[in-house]
Ligand binder design. Structure first.
Ligand code: ADP
Ligand code: MG
Length: 283
């Protein structure tokens, strides 16, 4: 049974736009000492824009974008929206398969195309360009056709306006912060520094994010905050899994303990403070 004080605390928590799935989860809120954030779509706007395209010698920017967009038209990943917006007239794709945390592959106009992270597809002759875009804080997407790297797409995803303030509010409560991301380490470090986040774990696959959470939670009670694209295993592993945004995927809301209907990250430190007050009332 859920104690009456917890029920009333949950009642007032709904003011924050919180859907709490269990009273136990809300009690845990007041104990959290580390918050791990997914990067893309959680700390960032999740509305990335294509800002650069680089092609291999003889390649065309238009082909690179159109072939990538053909595959991404089937994906819900935030990067997919950026790439499809940059090439509205892409051809149709078939046999498309997305590989979570890596990228997407399929047939486009007779070619076997792969689109994904520089770890999944080595940038070959475009290595220097890939490094340059990452140092600028862009997410680098490599485009390959029939086994040849044909281009790079540089995507910029700005931090949410309240991200830095949220991190400061958490630090003021003595709570440590970590960024978990499947993205390149340089891109991740550039954004983490901007948001004053303590620690960065980059180039993680969805299963690695869950493993990182296991390690963090063994040391101190840890909340994982995600938008749900690829981070369901980590949300399920954390002391408390928090899904942000009403548009979060059903899988994320399913694996989270708490879902915020809004996407203002400051709700998190506000709810922690609120939960601690609830705990004081109970004890
Ligand atoms: P994050 O942890 O930042 O939310 P993901 O784990 O979703 O990122 O993805 C990690 C990396 O894998 C991305 O930065 C990107 O390079 C690549 N990737 C994943 N999905 C796609 C996709 N649909 N198209 C292109 N690249 C992708
Ligand atoms: Mg994400």
């Amino acid at each position: 049974a859920v104690p009456v004080t917890v029920i009333s605390a949950i009642g007032s928590a709904s003011r924050f736009g919180v859907v709490i799935k269990s009273g136990a989860a809300f009690e845990q809120f007041g104990t959290i000492r580390t918050v791990a954030f997914d990067k893309t779509g959680t700390l960032t706007q999740g509305q990335p824009q294509v800002t650069e395209t680089r092609t291999a010698p003889g390649g065309s920017q238009q082909d690179v974008l159109a072939w990538a967009a053909a595959l991404e038209a089937t994906s819900t990943h935030p990067l997919a929206a950026a790439i499809t917006a940059a090439a509205p007239d892409s051809p149709a794709a078939s046999e498309v398969a997305e590989d979570a945390g890596h990228g997407i592959a399929g047939r486009v106009t007779g070619r076997f195309v792969r689109v994904g992270s520089p770890r999944w597809i080595a940038p070959a002759g475009l290595r220097t360009d890939a490094d340059e875009l990452a140092e600028m804080g862009m997410t680098v997407v490599v485009v390959e056709a029939d086994g040849e790297v044909v281009g790079l797409i540089g995507v910029r995803d700005e931090l949410r306006p309240e991200a830095t303030e949220t991190v400061r509010m958490l630090h003021d409560q003595g709570i440590g912060t970590v960024m978990l991301t499947g993205d390149d380490a340089r891109t991740a470090r550039a954004l983490a520094a901007q948001a004053c986040i303590d620690d960065v774990r980059a180039e993680l696959l969805p299963a690695d994010k869950a493993e990182a959470i296991t390690g963090l939670a063994a040391a101190r009670p840890t909340a994982m905050v995600g938008d749900g694209i690829n981070d369901s295993p980590a949300l399920a592993t954390a002391t408390v899994g928090i899904a942000m945004g009403a548009t979060g995927s059903a899988a994320a809301v399913e694996s989270a303990d708490i879902a915020f209907t809004g996407h203002d990250l400051r709700l998190i430190p506000a709810a922690f403070a609120h939960a601690r007050r609830g705990r004081r009332i109970m004890t």
